[in-house]
Design a protein around this ligand. Structure first.
Ligand code: PEP
Ligand code: MG
Length: 898
C-alpha cells in the first residue's frame, strides 16, 4: 500500500488526531481532533510533515504518490462542501497554512482566499450576494499569492492601493467601490505579471500546488531558522501544510473573527479571555488596523454565538485538560473554530492554572508539577515590573539576567556611595565594571546591580542570586566612566543620580523609574508577614511545594554565608547548608583589617597575632548560622580565594593599610606586589592556602568547632561538616584533614563536648574526580564545585568566558552555557566517575553539589540521576530545586510504567 501523506478532516470524519503532532503538526492534529469531538471546524486536509522532510532530503522533490493523494482529498473536500475549486457558480476557496509540531507563530507562510480567478470571483459574488466582498478577497489574494508564493514585494501592491485610494479620495480600504476594486485587481495582475514575468495563474489547482510548495519552502527561510535556534526547537521533520475551506468573517454585521484563551494567560484567572472584531478577517485583528473588542462584548452583540463559544471553550479545556488558545470565525451567524492549541502563559498563570486544575480535579498533582517550569515558579518570588509601564519604558541595553526580579533606582558608581545614598533614604542601582568582595556592603545597599563585564558566575552574579537581588551582568556595550560618573550606551548618556530600571528576568536595562510590586510569597515565607500569607499566590506556592516534597528524593540545601541568608533559605525549604564561603564574611567592618594584617604578615608569629583577632568574628558568624540551622547539617568551607582579593585596590585604602601596619607606602606597595599572581585562579588559593599557612586552617577549625560546642551547650543540634576546597591529590586532603581533626579533637576534649563533625572535600579539579577512590578512602563527603570543575574541565575562565560563550552558543559549538547548565557529557562524566569511584572505597560517602548548577533545573535532574544525595543552591533558588527534584522522579516513574 502506498504510504499515506495526506489526512482528511471534517465533522466526525478525521483521519488524524491530537496525538499525531509529529506528522500532522500541532495545528493539523488539533483540527482533526476538534472535528472528532464535534466542534465545528471548516473541513480540509493536512499534508504531513513527512512530505516536508522528503522534500528537503530529496533536493526539493515530492514523493511520487503525493499528487494523487492531494487530488483525492480535493475531490473529497469539494464533495463535503458541495463546491468546486475555481467554479463560476459555487467556488470552493481554501486557506493554505503551515503548522509544525511545535508552534512557531508567524514564522512561516500562509495564503488565504486561494482558488479565486475571474470565474470564481463572479461565483463568490453570486454565492454571497456580496460583490464587494468577492472583489476585495480577490485583490487580497493576488497580493498574498504574489508576495508569499512568488516573492513579489508586498510594497508594490501597497503603493498601487494607495494610488487608487488617492485617485478616488477613499480614506479607508473599505471605502473603495466594487468598480474601483475591479480596477485594483486589474492593476494587481499587471504588477504580478511585471515581476513574475508570467500572467497570474487562473487554474485553481495550480495555485494550490504552488502555495503548498511555498509553505514547505518557508520551513527553511531565515526567520524560521533563527526562531528555531533561539527557542531551541530541534528534531522536527518539518512543517505540515493545512488546506482548509475558507470561512468569511467579513460578510457583514453577523460575521466576525476573534482569538481567545480559555483562561487568562497572564494571571491564570479562570475567566474567558480574548478579543473579537465584527465584520473582519483574521488578518485585520493581527494587523491592528482596528481595535478589537473584549470577548464579553460578544455576549451582548451575539448572545447565541457567545453561548456556543463558551460551551466549546469548556469542552476543549476538559478534553485537552489544559488552557487552550483558540481562533474562531463567525460567518453569517455560524461559528467555526479555526485553531486550538495549548496556551502560552506567564509564570504566575502557569502556577495558578496548574493549581486550579488540580482543585477542579482536571489533573493530578503530579501533572501539575510537570507543567510548571522552574523559571515560571521563580517569577512568583521576585518583584515584577508593571507590564504597561515596561511597554512604555525606553530600553537602552540588554545584558545577562544574572539575578532575578525588578529593580529601579538612581545610578551610583561606588559601593560607598551606594551605602551613603541609601542612608539618605534613596534607592540606588550600583553600576560597576565588575564587583569585588570589597563592594558587598554597597551591593547590599543597592536595589539592583549592573555590571559591564563578568558572566553568570561572576562575583556580582553569584552574590546577587544568593540574596535574591536583581542583577544584570556582562552588559558589554555599557561604557562606564568612573571619573566622569557617567555611562554611555550608543548616544544615550546616563549620569550619576539618573534613574535606571533593571529587569533581572529578561536582562533589559530601561531608562527611568519603572513601577514594580513585591512578591507576596517572599513577604509571607521569608518575612513572615501575616497579611501576605492570606494572599492566594502565597497559598498556591505553599501547596505546590508540598506536592513537590512528596515526590523528590534529593535533599535540597543552600549556599549561605550569613545567619540572615540561612534563615531565609530555611524558610524557603532548605534542609541544611551545602556551602558557607567563609571569605564572604571577611570584609565586614573591622575584620578586613585583621585579614589584611594576616596576609601581609612576614612571619608565623605575626600571622598568628592577626588570626587571633579574626577568630572571635568567625566563631560568632558560625554560631549564628548553627543557630538558624538548628537540627540541620552545615558545611563550612575553609578559605578559598587568592589572597590579593582582600587587599585594598585604591590609594586611600593603601594609605590606611600602611598606617595601620606602621610601614611606609613604598614598603606596602612592595608587599602587595609580591602577592601579585599572573593566573590567580590557578595560583595560591584553595587548600594551597592552608597547606602553606596551616595556622589558617587551625584558626578556622577552632572557630567552627568552638561555635558548634557553644551552640550544642545551648541545646542547639549542630552538624558541622568541615570542607577542604580545591584539592587535586589525596595527599593534600590527608595533610589538612590531620590538622583539622587534631585541632577539633583537642578543643572538644578541652571543652568536654561530644559534638560530631565530619571532614570532606570539594571536587572541583578534574584530577580529584579521577582519583576519587583514593580521596574517598579519607574524605567523609564530596561536594562538587561545578563552577571551578567546569572552568577547569573546559579550560574556560569563569570570569572571562562571557566574551566568547554567546558566540559559541550562536554557532552551535555549545548547546548551552556550561556555567549555567551542567555539561553532562564532559563535566557530568567527571561527576559520575567521582561518585562511582568514591563509593567504591567509601560506601557511606555523602555526595552533593554546591556550584551554581545546584539551582538549575536541568542540572538538578542530572544530579538525581548521578546518585547525589543533595543539591545546594542560592536561597532563592531552593524552591526551583525542590520542584526540579520532584519532576525527575515523576518523569522516571512515567518511563518505568511504559
Ligand atoms: C565552585 O567552584 O563550584 C564553588 C562552589 O566554589 P566557588 O564558586 O566559591 O569557587
Ligand atoms: Mg570553587
Amino acid at each position: 500500500m502506498a504510504k499515506k501523506f495526506v489526512y482528511f478532516f471534517s465533522k466526525g470524519k478525521s483521519e488524524g488526531n491530537a496525538t499525531m503532532k509529529s506528522i500532522l503538526g500541532g495545528k493539523g492534529a488539533n483540527l482533526a481532533e476538534m472535528c472528532s469531538i464535534g466542534v465545528p471546524v471548516p473541513p480540509g486536509f493536512t499534508v504531513s510533515t513527512e512530505v516536508c522532510d522528503y522534500y528537503y532530503k530529496q533536493g526539493n522533490k515530492y514523493p511520487s504518490q503525493l499528487q494523487k493523494q492531494i487530488d483525492a482529498n480535493i475531490a473529497m473536500l469539494e464533495k463535503t462542501m458541495g463546491a468546486k475549486l475555481g467554479d463560476s457558480n459555487n467556488p470552493l476557496l481554501v486557506s493554505v497554512r503551515s503548522g509544525a509540531a511545535v508552534s512557531m507563530p508567524g514564522m512561516m507562510d500562509t495564503v488565504l482566499n486561494l482558488g479565486l480567478n475571474d470565474a470564481a470571483v463572479a461565483g463568490l459574488a453570486k454565492k454571497t450576494g456580496n460583490q464587494r466582498l468577492a472583489w476585495d478577497a480577490y485583490r487580497r489574494f493576488i497580493d498574498m499569492f504574489g508576495n508569499v508564493v512568488m516573492g513579489v514585494d508586498h510594497d508594490h501592491f501597497e503603493e498601487k492601493l494607495t494610488t487608487i485610494k488617492k485617485k478616488y479620495k477613499a480614506e479607508q480600504d473599505n471605502d473603495l467601490t466594487v468598480t474601483q476594486l475591479k480596477e485594483l485587481v486589474h492593476e494587481y495582475k499587471n504588477i504580478y505579471k511585471k515581476y513574475v514575468k508570467k500572467p497570474f495563474p487562473t487554474d485553481a489547482k495550480s495555485q494550490l500546488m504552488a502555495a503548498i510548495n511555498a509553505v514547505f519552502g518557508s520551513w527553511n527561510i531565515e526567520r524560521a531558522v533563527i526562531y528555531r535556534r533561539i527557542n531551541k526547537i530541534t528534531g522536527l521533520l518539518g512543517t505540515a501544510v493545512n488546506v482548509q475551506a475558507m470561512v468569511f468573517g467579513n460578510m457583514g454585521s453577523t460575521s466576525g473573527t476573534g482569538v481567545a484563551f480559555t483562561r487568562n494567560p497572564s494571571n491564570g484567572e479562570k475567566k474567558f479571555f480574548g478579543e473579537f472584531l465584527i465584520n473582519a478577517q483574521g488578518e485585520d485583528v493581527v494587523a491592528g488596523i482596528r481595535t478589537p473588542e473584549p470577548i464579553e462584548e460578544l455576549k451582548k452583540e451575539m448572545p447565541k454565538i457567545y453561548k456556543q463559544l463558551d460551551g466549546i471553550k469548556e469542552k476543549l479545556e476538559k478534553h485537552y485538560r489544559d488552557i487552550q488558545d483558540v481562533e474562531f470565525t463567525i460567518q453569517e451567524g455560524r461559528l467555526f473554530m479555526l485553531q486550538t492549541r495549548t496556551g502560552k502563559r506567564t509564570g504566575l498563570a502557569a502556577v495558578k492554572i496548574a493549581y486550579d486544575m488540580v482543585k477542579e480535579k482536571m489533573i493530578t498533582p503530579q501533572e501539575a508539577l510537570m507543567r510548571i517550569e522552574g523559571e515560571q515558579l521563580n517569577q512568583l518570588l521576585f518583584p515584577i515590573f508593571d507590564p504597561i509601564a515596561v511597554s512604555k519604558a525606553k530600553k537602552i541595553v540588554t545584558g545577562l539576567p544574572a539575578g532575578p526580579g525588578a529593580a529601579s533606582g538612581q545610578v551610583v558608581f561606588t559601593a560607598d556611595d551606594a551605602q551613603s545614598w541609601k542612608r539618605q533614604g534613596k534607592k540606588v542601582i550600583l553600576v560597576r565594571h565588575e564587583t569585588s568582595p570589597e563592594d558587598v556592603a554597597g551591593m547590599d545597599a543597592a536595589e539592583g546591580i549592573l555590571t559591564s563585564t563578568g558572566g553568570m558566575t561572576s562575583h556580582a552574579a553569584v552574590v546577587a542570586r544568593g540574596w535574591g537581588k536583581c542583577c544584570i551582568a556582562g552588559c558589554s556595550s555599557l561604557n562606564i566612566n568612573y571619573s566622569k560618573k557617567q555611562i554611555t550606551v550608543g548616544k544615550t548618556i546616563v549620569k550619576e543620580g539618573d534613574y535606571l530600571s533593571l529587569d533581572g528576568t529578561t536582562g533589559e536595562v530601561m531608562l527611568g523609574n519603572v513601577k514594580s510590586t513585591t512578591s507576596p510569597v517572599i513577604s509571607g515565607v521569608v518575612e513572615n508577614n501575616s497579611v501576605a500569607k492570606k494572599s492566594p499566590i502565597y497559598k498556591m506556592f505553599i501547596q505546590i511545594m508540598k506536592w513537590a516534597d512528596q515526590y523528590r528524593k534529593l535533599n535540597i540545601r543552600t549556599n549561605a554565608d550569613t545567619p540572615k541568608d540561612s534563615a531565609a533559605a530555611r524558610r524557603l525549604g532548605a534542609e541544611g547548608i551545602g556551602l558557607t564561603r567563609t571569605e564572604h564574611m571577611f570584609f565586614e567592618g573591622e575584620r578586613i583589617w585583621a585579614v589584611r594584617e594576616f596576609i601581609l604578615a612576614q612571619d608565623l608569629k605575626a600571622r598568628e597575632v592577626a588570626l587571633k583577632k579574626l577568630l572571635p568574628y568567625q566563631r560568632k558568624d558560625f554560631e549564628g548560622i548553627f543557630k538558624e540551622m538548628d537540627g540541620l547539617p552545615v558545611t563550612i568551607r575553609l578559605l578559598d580565594p587568592p589572597l590579593h582579593e582582600f587587599l585594598p585596590n585604591d590609594a586611600d585604602g593603601e594609605k590606611e593599610m600602611a598606617k595601620r601596619l606602621k610601614i611606609s607606602s613604598a614598603e606596602l606597595k612592595d608587599l602587595v606586589k609580591k602577592l601579585h599572581e599572573i593566573n590567580p585562579m590557578l595560583g595560591h588559593r584553595g587548600c594551597r592556602l592552608s597547606i602553606t599557612y596551616p595556622e589558617l586552617c587551625i584558626m578556622q577549625t577552632t572557630a567552627i568547632i568552638e561555635a558548634a560546642a557553644n551552640m550544642a551547650k545551648k541545646g542547639i543540634k549542630v552538624f558541622p561538616e568541615i570542607m577542604i576546597p580545591l584539592i587535586g591529590t589525596v595527599n593534600e586532603f590527608e595533610y589538612l584533614e590531620e590538622i583539622v581533626r587534631k585541632t577539633a579533637e583537642s578543643i572538644l576534649s578541652k571543652v568536654k563536648s561530644k559534638v560530631k563533625y565530619t571532614v570532606g572535600t570539594m571536587i572541583e579539579i578534574p584530577r580529584a574526580a579521577l582519583v576519587a577512590d583514593k580521596v574517598a578512602s579519607k574524605a567523609e563527603f564530596f561536594s562538587f564545585g561545578t563552577n571551578d570543575l567546569t572552568q577547569m574541565t573546559f579550560g574556560y575562565s569563569r570570569d572571562d568566558a562571557g566574551v566568547f560563550l554567546p558566540e559559541y552558543i550562536e554557532k552551535k559549538i555549545l548547546s548551552a552555557d556550561p556555567f549555567q547548565t551542567i555539561d553532562q557529557e564532559g563535566v557530568g562524566q567527571l561527576v559520575e566517575t567521582a561518585v562511582r569511584l568514591g563509593r567504591k572505597t567509601n560506601k557511606k560517602l555523602k555526595c552533593g553539589i554546591c556550584g551554581e548548577h545546584g539551582g538549575d533545573p536541568e542540572s538538578v535532574k542530572f544530579c538525581h540521576k548521578a546518585g547525589l544525595n543533595y543539591v545546594s543552591c542560592s536561597p532563592y533558588r531552593v524552591p526551583i530545586a525542590r520542584l526540579a527534584a520532584a519532576q525527575i522522579v515523576i518523569q522516571e516513574k512515567g518511563k518505568s510504567k511504559k
